[in-house]
Design a protein around this ligand. Sequence first.
Ligand code: CMP
Length: 136
Amino acid sequence: MSNVEQTLSIIKPDAVERNLQENIKKIFVENGFNIKIEKKIKISKNEAEEFYKVHQSKPFYNELCSYLSSGPIVVMILEKDNAILENRKLMGATDPLKADEGTIRKKYGISIDKNSVHGSDSVDNAKIEIDFFFKS
Ligand code: CMP
């Protein structure tokens, strides 16, 4: 039975800065994701704090929010069967050093902070994150 889902994907500042967005989008499309909508934006530190508020108790929260707001990002809604899990598999482990061969973070990630892509981690968070960037 099909289980078409939507997930939020972000191409982070380190990847946009290196002009990798077309390469990364190609990987998504080649792996069966439909890019429903995308936009290139730059967010404020306050917006990053709101977006990452689930991490507000973490020691890396401040740095994380400064980083996401440090330069342009590309945000996309990706659609596929089991999109949330499939996207997480394709991105690879959070730390690029631990990511498997063939994953986006293994290929392009620089460090745990500059790990090139973000993807929603659950159905509930996908809805929240999609609304955050695309609710009019
Ligand atoms: P992301 O999937 O965007 O979700 C939260 C981000 O926090 C994560 O990717 C990492 O880039 C970043 N981060 C920084 N330090 C850590 C850490 N020690 N553990 C997990 N995530 C971290």
